[in-house]
Design a binder for this molecule. Sequence first.
Ligand code: HEM
Ligand code: HEM
Length: 201
Amino acid sequence: MNKQITEDVSQEKIWDIGTRLFHWALVICVAAAWGLGKFGPNIMTLHFYFGYAVIALLVFRVIWGLVGPAPVRFASFLYGPRTTLRYLRTLGTPKPSYWPGHNPMGALSVFAILAALIAQVGTGLFSDPDDFINVGPLAGYVSSEANRTATFIHNRMLWVILALVVLHIAAIAYYKRFKGENLVTPMITGWKPVRRDESRD
Ligand code: HEM
Ligand code: HEM
């Protein structure tokens, strides 16, 4: 049941259970795949398993982005440049946004993280670093030139993913400390304070 908090802000169920489980499972699997890739044993079997789990999660998220509940459907947070710029100008206001879903900046970071992860798992499947041990399961289906390119991209993209995740966490900390808005609890419980009028910023 939605609960009115103030005249224009109400507590609403925004993040469904599927999206919340997806998010926290993704955190675990991406962190594990990253850590195992960089610091794990030379034989990367576990890295592959966590990588496959990330693939399954991404498949779920793409389907959910097309047919899932309104706040997580891609079309609902595909904002135009005008809305994004208007939102950008309000970022310095020390006031919660109470956006009913991903705000326009958050939306950009969601699309960027998902795209980077799709590129990471896609290239992982075709990677072959010539060590005769850690060969992506689809590497044999393409040329060795393509294997090398995939390995190259896989080994660069991991820094892009790290940067995006650091930015993601820094933005959430900024919202908490500067704008006084806690975004993490809603990603755990699903319930988020939202303001539905045009004055939100
Ligand atoms: C490997 C690390 C992480 C990845 C790959 C990641 C990825 C994502 C993605 C893809 C979304 C969009 C959710 C969706 O619509 O499906 C998201 C949202 C979110 N994430 Fe993360 N995340 C990571 C770590 C974290 C951590 C550590 C926190 C908590 C401090 C966090 C808090 C949130 C919150 C609060 C949202 C919702 C943001 C909003 O209100 O718009 N994430 N994250
Ligand atoms: C989000 C998911 C993933 C992340 C974050 C990730 C990250 C990494 C990292 C950090 C390395 C080590 C690179 C280095 O030595 O500097 C690596 C290597 C590798 N990964 Fe992934 N990976 C992911 C998914 C996958 C998947 C799905 C596969 C294929 C099943 C895969 C196959 C490989 C292979 C074959 C290597 C060896 C390449 C090399 O040593 O240059 N990865 N990955």
